[in-house]
Ligand binder design. Structure first.
Ligand code: UN1
Length: 513
């Protein structure tokens, strides 16, 4: 449409100039492989991008390494000032970038704008942090000695991001890395490179005006070959990867084999527990947003609902009133709440999972169809599904990146619900709806939820950037975004300083020459 075209030109993405070779970005110059990016909203081609070759990758890493030599010498608050200006630019372009996210990825505009807001928020967070990269001081056991620790920049940080949050996850990593004095090489999902290019264009002017060395923020638009190179590359001390558990295991193994650091944000199988003491009105809002928001394609999407048997039928009925009336369609249209899945393969995975869970004994209550008609011509608009199931079903144990919500019954005390909630391989997000302190505190206790995120009376998705984000078990153990996640982007150094004229040894050792 003309609006999208004007957004593309405003953000500096032209079909004719896909190599994004202006100034501070590289890739796709050394070979001819191109890819046409289609919008999942209507199947229309948006633009053609050049895919980076291995030679392009080499060039990017070399430039990033050189940039690191200089960038690490900048005082952190000066680096923070650059990030502040990036946040400012993102504010100016929020509407356009949010729309492009919606158009390229398929999430509804409200969520596209929300994603850009997360970027702005992490910029603000990082600016403050740039004056607070503090370590501890300790007391030495030796007289006239002082001990403290420092956090120093690490080097090149590789960021592999997924299609579902095509820009926010980069910003969580890149803005923290930047104030920490690291340089970033970003490999976005090959399904959503245009929003990545738009980000590079948006920050480009700030980088130029502040004379930030070329290579501090790099972009490599490539496929799994590039991601794999990064994982094996000793010049990349930290690889932060978001995606499936299968992908994360490969990255983690490759990085681990060279004793590098990996920060993994992998699959979730997030549950909401609804006890007999829940405010159902409130719970329903959280459940529906969590299960069908982003068409079930958040790593924090609600996939399982664990409901006390005394209220099971009521919860089911309430959901059965809402689900058939969900407004599904063009995610850029006002009032739409559910957009399309990312592609045909995702649609097939959705249908497959529904078929398999029914073979295992699951009961499909509503949804599970692919919409037809002109408005839905891509064949990727689906009706969110509700399925009565049991936790141990193979299909329920897996993360299917689509809007399927499994209803699971529990009886007795909340401990039984917690056992079901924890009874999966993944450990990202979890929540409980209850007004009973004994139940909510049990859920948050040492023997409660085993997830990286555990919420009370809010849903599993939509975490704020201020907390550390990530999960346990098959989710990979990484923490990014808020709290002290920044420490992982730096190397820690312990310093002991002698300001006396003697040389006492620690542990009382005598060593007289
Ligand atoms: C993701 O799906 O990879 O908590 C990230 C949320 C968002 C981030 C999701 N703030 O749902």
């Amino acid at each position: 449409s003309t609006e999208i075209n004007s957004i593309l030109s405003r953000l500096g993405i032209q079909d004719r100039n896909p190599a994004y070779c202006t100034g501070l970005t590289w890739g796709g110059e050394n070979n001819q492989e191109t890819r046409v990016i289609h919008s999942p909203t209507n199947g229309q081609p948006i633009a053609t991008v050049n895919m980076a070759s291995e030679a392009d990758y080499e060039q990017v890493i070399t430039t990033a390494q050189q940039a690191f030599q200089e960038w690490r010498t900048w005082p952190s608050p000066k680096r923070g000032e650059v990030v502040r200006q990036i946040g400012q630019k993102l504010r100016e372009h929020k509407e356009a970038l949010g729309k492009l996210v919606s158009y390229e990825m398929g999430k509804i505009l409200q969520e596209g704008l929300g994603e850009v807001q997360e970027m702005i928020d992490i910029c603000d967070f990082a600016v403050g942090l740039s004056r607070q990269l503090h370590g501890y001081t300790m007391h030495s056991e030796r007289p006239t000695h002082r001990m403290y620790e420092q956090y120093h920049p690490l080097g090149v940080v590789g960021v592999i991001s997924a299609f579902n949050f095509p820009v926010a996850v980069w910003s969580w990593n890149a803005m923290l890395a930047a104030i920490c004095g690291d340089v970033v090489v970003w490999k976005p999902s090959e399904k959503t490179p245009l929003t990545a290019i738009a980000c590079q264009r948006i920050i480009e002017e700030v980088l130029r005006e502040n004379e930030v060395p070329e290579g501090v923020f790099c972009l490599v638009v490539g496929d799994a070959v590039i991601g794999n190179k990064m994982a094996h590359d000793e010049r990349v001390p930290l690889v932060s990867a978001t995606g499936s558990t299968r992908m994360g295991k490969k990255v983690g193994e490759a990085v681990g084999a060279r004793l590098g650091r990996s920060l993994l944000e992998l699959g979730g199988n997030n549950a909401i527990i609804i006890t007999e003491n829940a405010d159902l009105e409130m719970a329903m809002r959280a459940v529906v947003f969590g299960a069908v928001g982003t068409c079930g394609q958040r790593c924090t999407s609600t996939r399982r609902l664990i409901i006390h048997d005394s209220i099971y039928d009521e919860v089911k009925e309430r959901l059965l009133k809402v689900y058939p009336n969900l407004p599904i369609g063009d995610p850029l249209k006002d009032g739409i709440l559910v957009g399309p899945l990312i592609d045909k393969a995702a649609t097939t995975a959705f249908l497959d999972a529904l078929e398999r869970v029914q073979q295992e004994g699951g009961q499909l209550l509503t949804g599970g169809t692919v919409l037809e008609g002109e408005e839905y011509a891509t064949g990727t608009y689906v009706t969110p599904a509700l399925v009565e199931a049991e936790n141990q079903y193979h299909t329920v144990q897996e993360e299917t990146f689509a809007p399927i919500l499994y209803l699971i019954k529990y009886s007795g005390s909340v401990d039984n619900a917690i056992a079901i909630q924890n009874g999966v391989r993944q450990g990202l997000s979890s929540s409980i709806f209850s007004s009973n302190l004994l139940e909510t505190e049990a859920f948050l206790s040492h023997w409660g939820s085993d997830c990286g995120i555990a919420n009370v009376n809010i849903g599993t998705s939509g975490a704020e950037i201020g907390g550390a984000f990530g999960g346990e078990k098959d989710t990979g153990g990484g923490r990014e975004s808020g709290s002290d996640a920044w420490r992982f982007y730096m190397r820690r150094q312990t310093n002991t300083i002698n300001f006396g004229r003697e040389l006492p040894l620690a542990q009382g050792i005598k060593f007289d020459l």
